[in-house]
Unconditional design. Structure first.
Length: 82
């Protein structure tokens, strides 16, 4: 583990002196990426909250009535009533 770390450290400094302005400019563009990325994250957040809420209710009611509308629903209601 100590050897690979040393190798990586040597590679970073070697590239720095070779391309000082290049590597410095590279990290600048990524800064602009977070702006558009925030929009994507914000959009995904609300979608995730709506997704579990929407698909959650439809599956249970749909599978219940069609599969066992008069089978499980009848005994279920009778057991719930008494």
């Amino acid at each position: 583990m100590a050897r690979p770390r040393s190798n990586q450290e040597h590679v970073v400094p070697t590239v720095d002196p070779q391309k000082p302005p290049d590597p410095s400019s590279a990290p600048l563009p990524p800064l602009q990426s977070p702006l558009p990325r925030s929009d994507v994250l914000d959009r995904e957040e609300p979608e995730f909250v709506d997704e579990p809420d929407l698909p959650a209710p439809p599956p249970p009611p749909r599978k219940g009535p069609p599969e066992s509308a008069a089978g499980e629903e009848d005994p279920g209601a009778a057991l719930d009533a008494p």
